[in-house]
Design a binder for this molecule. Structure first.
Ligand code: BJW
Length: 270
């Protein structure tokens, strides 16, 4: 790690395609000091955090058979009512992708960051479970989890069901369709998870928004809650979002590269 005259800490990284051939990342010294002094860090992650694992982001172009569908038109109770098989198959396809890939360096860096701060809240919009796989604890899942299944009518999580060949399968309790235990457009977020996220945003001194387009409410409002309560907000994203002009620090780049560099700069390993 080198500090240059312009107030940046320079972290050397391995140049590759995803960081556009760069071999260093510049982290503002002010940001490093902010992180070292932080008592409570809250982090909101979105689909971009899993992009480097090979999971397409929510608004990425769909591929193959799914290219003709907009994800917004599949992630809703109406879509499921209209065509339950189509929506079930879309989630089965996505679950298959998630099962074949692994958490990346960004997930691991967040698990590492938690070890350096007295209070740390990781809030995710992702449904892939990668933060937990990478060792993060008490992850607040705002939009559910792709691997769980619940009853469409009663909303009870179901662990086992009879495979009678029907797609989607039927709830063993009431006979209605089973669906993934995720939060679709127009549905209420799990109240305890949402409250935990709002509470963390309101009390943290540093709030990260990482790999999210910031288009979907209520998650998109969490950085604003943090700002209104006096926290410094940091964004990590390769592209500009509606939040970018408002934040204290915007680190442009893939989270799988920027996060490990940031953790290394703030808490260098011996
Ligand atoms: C990288 C990267 C790399 C790429 N490194 N970064 C207020 C105003 C307007 C509308 C509303 C409002 N309040 C509510 C609404 C309606 C609606 C909404 O927000 N609509 C908007 C679209 C306008 N919200 C809801 O309906 C919510 N429910 C609700 O509010 O209920 C109220 C209620 C009360 C009482 C009774 C009943 C209801 C529910 C929202 C649920 C969202 N669910 C989904 C699907 C989950 C399951 C699934 O995955 O299929 O969640 S939608 C989808 O969007 C998914 C994501 O979690 C979420 C956010 O997407 P995300 O993560 O930001 O992904 P992308 O693809 O958009 O962006 C990826 C980003 O990564 C990009 O910025 C890239 O640049 C970046 N990136 N590579 C770092 N390597």
């Amino acid at each position: 790690m080198d500090a240059d005259k312009a107030g940046f800490c320079v972290i050397r990284i391995r140049p590759c395609l995803k960081n556009r051939g760069r071999n260093v990342i510049q982290i503002p010294i002010d940001l490093i000091q902010l992180l070292r002094a932080a008592k409570h860090i809250a982090v909101l992650t979105g689909a971009g955090v899993s992009a480097e694992s090979g999971v397409p982001t929510f608004r990425d172009a769909q591929t193959g058979l799914w290219a003709k569908y907009r994800p917004e038109d599949l992630a809703s109770p109406d879509a499921f009512r209209r065509n339950p098989r189509l929506v079930w198959d879309w989630y089965a396809w996505r679950r298959d992708i998630v099962d074949r890939v692994k958490p990346n360096a960004g997930h691991y860096a967040l698990a590492e960051m938690a070890r350096h701060v007295s209070s740390f809240t990781l809030i995710t919009q992702n449904v892939d479970g990668f933060h937990q796989q990478a060792g993060s604890e008490n992850v607040v899942e705002l939009h559910g989890n792709l691997r769980r299944v619940k009853c469409f009518r009663e909303e009870v999580v179901i662990d086992e069901w009879l495979d009678a060949g029907e797609v989607p399968p039927r709830c063993p309790r009431c006979g209605d369709h089973l669906r993934p235990d995720v939060v679709w457009f127009g549905e209420r977020l799990p109240p305890a998870a949402l409250q935990a996220a709002i509470d963390a945003a309101a009390v943290c001194d540093v709030f990260f928004s990482i790999g999210t387009s910031g288009l979907v409410e209520p998650a998109a409002s969490l950085p604003r809650v943090a700002m209104e309560h006096g926290a410094k907000v940091i964004e990590i994203n390769p592209t500009i979002t509606p939040l970018t002009p408002l934040v204290s620090f915007a680190l442009s780049g893939p989270s799988g590269v920027v996060l490990p560099a940031l953790v290394q700069a703030a808490w260098p390993s011996r």
